[in-house]
Design a protein around this ligand. Structure first.
Ligand code: SAM
Length: 319
């Protein structure tokens, strides 16, 4: 429990004296139910009914059967398909991994087989309860797997706590997809990797019967890969379509901030200048006649326009 932080301010939480909750510095109590800390609600609050979570709350017991049917109808074998999904995380035996939206933990032991520690969380306590049973049935070492309940948009972990983060299956219906991807990137250290995927037929298949049949039965297949919602600090980004082109899978490496540029590389050619002069040094325009004169004069003096303007304006301003 000691590695969780308050999802609101990312500060430490401590175990209450009765062991029933985790308490944040701000005095929030996060209850622990059946050994699973609940960061989605604070003690005393109720889980609001309705919304997309209703299915996972009321019909969690049907999920595994439905999942098996899905792989069957897609003519895909679940084991190799799921192994393929986690491959881009490039896990090492000492990796610490986040799995958010773990559901009934169908990937959790798979992740654990390749990593050292897995934190597996979901918004549905009912899904987590089935997942916990699955882990117990497979004699999972609970020193290496930590279950928690939390919202993907508000993770109870410090910045850069993980080597990798994984999500599969719920992204399309997250209320803030960009926020969730950014949050996954926040908790992964620079150089670590994120993979997230969900239903979404590959664009080149959209007019096929394959796509129409899938979309007819399940409107989630209408979703497009949310490429524009990938955070700006993502590097080495790829989007591939898996399970015969019916699901997208985004993967990226976590970088720091926006990509950088060397602003001072001089451009060859008649305009000259650099990104810095062109972007940060923009001035007003001049009359079209003067423009032509300046271009000719700069060429006559063997200079780029940028160099000629810089020299001439410095002379005029005595700087
Ligand atoms: C289709 S299931 C996928 C479960 C599992 N990843 C799998 O592949 O079998 C989607 C899961 O995402 C969870 N989920 C939905 N919204 C969530 C959110 N905002 N934060 C965390 N989990 C969420 C659901 O409770 C559900 O367990």
């Amino acid at each position: 429990m000691r590695d969780f932080v308050c999802p609101a301010n990312h500060r430490q939480v401590v175990l209450s004296s009765d062991g029933a909750s985790l308490i944040s510095e701000a005095g929030m109590h996060y209850p622990i139910r059946d050994g699973i800390p609940d960061f989605a609600i604070a003690a005393g609050e109720d889980i609001p009914p309705g919304g997309n979570q209703e299915f996972y709350r009321t019909r969690a017991h049907e999920y595994d059967r439905g999942n098996e049917v899905m792989y069957k109808m897609l003519l895909c074998e679940e084991e190799p398909a799921r192994n393929d999904m986690i491959r881009p995380l490039k896990l090492q035996p000492n990796s610490r991994v986040l799995e958010i939206g773990c559901g009934t933990c169908r990937d959790t032991t798979r992740l654990l087989n390749q990593a050292s520690i897995v934190y597996a969380g979901d918004l549905s306590f009912e899904m987590l309860a089935i997942g916990k049973q699955r882990l117990e049935d497979s004699n999972t070492d609970f020193d290496r797997v930590h279950l928690f309940r939390a919202d993907a948009m508000r993770l109870p972990f410090a910045d850069g706590f993980f080597d990798a983060a994984f999500h599969f299956g719920g992204l399309n219906l997250f209320p803030d997809i960009a926020g969730a991807l950014k949050e996954m990137a926040r908790v992964v250290k620079p150089g670590g990797r994120v993979a997230a995927g969900d239903e979404g037929v590959a664009p080149w298949l959209s007019d096929t019967e394959f796509a129409k049949i899938l979309k007819n039965s399940n409107p989630l297949f209408h979703h497009a890969a949310p490429i524009g919602k990938i955070p700006v600090n993502a590097r080495d980004v790829s989007c591939r379509w898996i399970l015969n082109g019916s699901f997208y899978m985004l993967t990226f490496e976590v970088g720091e901030g926006e990509p950088q540029l060397d602003l001072d590389v001089e451009f060859p050619g008649w305009r000259g200048g650099s990104h810095r002069t062109r972007y940060f040094g923009r001035l007003e325009g001049v009359s079209p006649e003067l423009r032509e004169i300046v271009i000719k004069q700069a060429a006559a003096e063997g200079m780029s326009i940028s160099a000629w303007l810089e020299t001439t304006l410095r002379k005029a301003t005595r700087t």
